[in-house]
Write a protein that binds this ligand. Structure first.
Ligand code: MN
Length: 427
């Protein structure tokens, strides 16, 4: 089946499950996640409207018969084994769930007992981290972000380093500290050197920041010594999540030369719990920015590899005051996911199932679209004003950052749910 003709992406589809207007999870989305309830240990589910479908129940009761799924594939605390079956199998399951939820399908709709057991109200579930993440890479693929950071940390006249337009710059991050939305983040402590000081001090970070990112999750295991081409790349990508790469700018600025980010980054990163499949995002492809100079042949791509996904960042203070910090878009990425994966593996580096590859901070062209406080406050020089006259440069204890993302077209909105974290004091 060709992606563009997926039955499940038809904008005119409706479900017998009520989907509130503006929901992130219409029948055209059907993202996968891991949830638990008071009564259920963690299992795989799919979101629709204000409900989660229990995939274990559907599988055990014959609703996936004929798909050749292994027994117990959904009865696990991570999606790794399921996504390891590949894009094609994931597509078949999503198509079947779409069919079962379609307004004219009676299989589940007319079976009241089954419906009660298979559909769980979303407020009764606790979302878990969806995959066990063996490896995490963070790229640096937004030209606007790289230009802003280069200007702030180094030299506005040479903001982009000479390699930047030739390869998707990235570094290997820390997988162990990636947490699911809702997990609090303690303010990190570390070495920092104040602007007018000769020597570093040890202190809680005074420049705690967020980074607005989108990450993709891989569903294949490759052999060491082999590479993935840009043409093959998307077959290795199961789907996308929102990603907040929390950053301590003062720790980062003192430590990052010459080997790059380390303790200023690895104290925590937050992901949204639902993996939105690349299949569901198929209708939202757009052309990426023009790449000049021309890229080397192994980075060349055919077709639209960027995706039009609106991204919003909101700050909620401990006094419940709300402030929109940024509105950006995933389509601004200079380097696309296929190029990132091709570059990651071009030297023979192997990938694993559940690996997470983050985009890097996604900034747009104007200050209102800058994806970090470092950029939007220009390293603290241009504070945000709160309603009561107080100002905000970097994050304070008790602040919550919530990232939302959605693609919208033809009246269909494919959303990601929340990617949220609250700052707790240093321990
Ligand atoms: Mn980052």
């Amino acid at each position: 089946m060709k992606n563009e003709t997926l039955f499940s992406n038809n904008p005119s589809l409706t479900s017998w499950v009520e989907v509130p207007v503006g929901s992130d999870f219409p029948i055209q989305n059907l993202p996968f996640g891991i949830f638990k309830t008071k009564y259920l240990s963690p299992v795989a589910g799919v979101a629709i409207g204000d409900f989660v479908i229990d995939l274990v129940y559907l599988h055990e009761n014959g609703y996936f018969d004929g798909l050749g799924l292994p027994a117990g594939i959904f009865n696990q605390k991570y999606l790794n084994d399921f996504i390891a079956l590949g894009r094609k199998k994931g597509r078949e399951v999503r198509e079947r769930v779409s069919e079962l939820l379609g307004h004219d399908n009676d299989e589940l709709k007319q079976n009241v007992a089954a419906r009660e057991l298979a559909l769980i109200p979303i407020q009764e579930v606790q979302m878990q981290i969806p995959v066990r993440i063996p490896n995490y890479t963070d790229f640096y693929s937004s030209e606007e972000h790289a230009t802003n950071v280069g200007s702030i940390f180094r030299d506005p006249k040479n903001a982009l380093l000479p390699n930047w337009k030739y390869l998707p710059v990235g570094y290997h991050g820390r997988a162990s500290s990636i947490v699911v939305s809702g997990t609090p983040i303690h303010r990190p402590k570390g070495q920092l050197k104040l602007a007018d000081a000769d020597l570093p001090i040890f202190s809680p970070s005074r420049k705690l920041d967020f980074e607005l990112e989108v990450a993709f999750i891989t569903c294949n295991e490759t052999r060491l010594g082999t590479s993935i081409s840009t043409k093959e790349a998307e077959e290795n990508i199961f789907g996308l999540v929102l990603f907040n790469d929390w950053s301590a700018r003062d720790i980062q600025q003192w430590e990052y030369v010459p080997l790059g980010p380390f303790l200023g980054k690895n104290f925590g990163s937050t992901i949204s719990p639902w993996i939105v499949t690349l299949d569901a995002l198929e209708p939202y492809r757009v052309e990426g920015p023009i790449q000049a100079p021309a890229v080397l042949p192994y980075l060349m791509c055919v077709g639209n590899k960027n995706f039009d996904i609106v991204l919003d960042v909101t700050l909620v203070t401990s006094q419940e005051e709300k402030l929109t910090l940024c509105r950006s878009n995933f389509k601004y990425m200079y380097w696309n996911m296929s190029q990132q994966l091709a570059h990651q593996t071009v030297n023979g580096c192997n990938i694993q199932v559940g690996d997470l590859y983050a985009s890097g901070t996604i900034s747009g062209p104007s200050p209102g679209s800058f994806g970090s406080l470092l950029e939007s406050t220009w390293n603290g020089q241009r504070p945000f004003k709160l309603e009561d006259g107080r100002v905000r440069t970097f994050l304070e204890d008790g602040d919550t950052i919530n990232i939302k993302g959605y693609a919208e077209k033809n009246g269909v909105r494919i959303g990601f749910g929340e990617c949220k974290g609250k700052i707790w004091p240093a321990v």
